[in-house]
Design a protein around this ligand. Structure first.
Ligand code: FES
Length: 283
């Protein structure tokens, strides 16, 4: 199925669907975590190791490697097998119409239907027959979390959370969570919490997160954080709400919280700002 003809339609199609999308913020976060531009950039490279070194890419940035799970933070993840089965043989010429068809007119499936089409565009069709079944329910918090869940907390996409104090940066609270996250994410350091960090000063771009809930309880983005996000390339995305005082994508080491919030920790990080891309194209 040729989906390249839709490449220029994505911003307008999503804008037209958003008023009906139940999982609005989750969809906008996902679209910013897995931009078509990064996939396109990766496709143009012949030496993967050199490519990843140049753009300081770490983690899983290729949807083909996580096609069935990249969107597990969307409640619509449970509809994944259903939207796979609803994919028509012919995509037609209108992206928004295709997404509506796959969602079968259900607003609760629009977000996951859009994710399906973008995943198919980037990952190819192999995952359509994977047989993957979403877990029946989220993992339950362990004893450590039940003992520490009395105050404010930051909840991650796996349902686990860590406590935080009002006025703290997200990474400051995360560092006190001593579970072995390094065993499941190679970017995490042992004993340093669930959010990968390399500097805590806005220099590395490792700690970017999506604010899935409670962003009204975060402090507004500063000029410094905004400049750094632009440098890393995380905001050069058609789904970034440029005027937002509290955007959906933040640097966790620069984001102060005043109340409990829900976050999505991306599966990858890198430095893909325009200046770096242009410099590479000139060499
Ligand atoms: S840890 Fe380096 S930018 Fe946040």
């Amino acid at each position: 199925m040729d989906l390249t003809k839709f490449d220029g339609q994505w911003p307008a199609a999503i804008a037209s669907l958003l008023p009906q999308v139940v999982e609005r913020d989750a969809l906008l976060i996902w679209l910013q975590l897995y931009p078509l531009s990064v996939w396109t950039l990766a496709q143009s490279e012949t030496d993967r190791a050199d490519f990843e070194r140049y753009y300081q890419l770490r983690g899983r940035y290729r949807l083909s490697e996580i096609a069935d799970t990249s969107h597990s933070f969307l409640p619509g993840h449970r509809h994944w097998p259903a939207v796979k089965a609803a994919l028509p043989n012919e995509p037609g010429d209108n992206l928004a119409a295709l997404i509506r068809t796959i969602a079968s007119g259900d607003p609760g499936k629009l977000a996951i239907a859009a994710v399906l089409v973008m995943t198919l565009r980037q990952a190819g069709p192999a995952f359509l027959t994977s047989g993957y079944q979403p877990p029946a329910e989220r993992p339950k918090p362990g004893l450590w979390m039940r003992l520490t869940n009395r105050g404010l907390k930051v909840t991650m996409q796996d349902g686990n959370s860590f406590p935080i104090l009002p006025g703290q940066h997200i990474t400051t609270g995360a560092e006190l969570d001593k579970r072995p996250y390094h065993e499941s994410d190679e970017r995490c350091y042992q004993g340093m919490g669930p959010i990968p960090v390399d500097c805590r000063s806005g220099s590395c771009g490792t700690c970017w997160v999506g604010i899935l809930g409670g962003r009204e309880l975060t402090d507004p983005v500063t000029d410094f954080e905004q400049k750094r996000m632009q440098y890393f390339g995380y905001w050069e995305n058609p789904f970034h709400e440029k005027e937002a005082e509290r955007p959906l994508i933040r640097l966790a080491c620069q984001t102060i919280v005043r109340g409990s919030c829900d976050i999505v920790i991306p599966t990858w990080n890198g430095v893909l700002g325009t200046a770096r891309q242009l410099r590479r194209s000139e060499t």
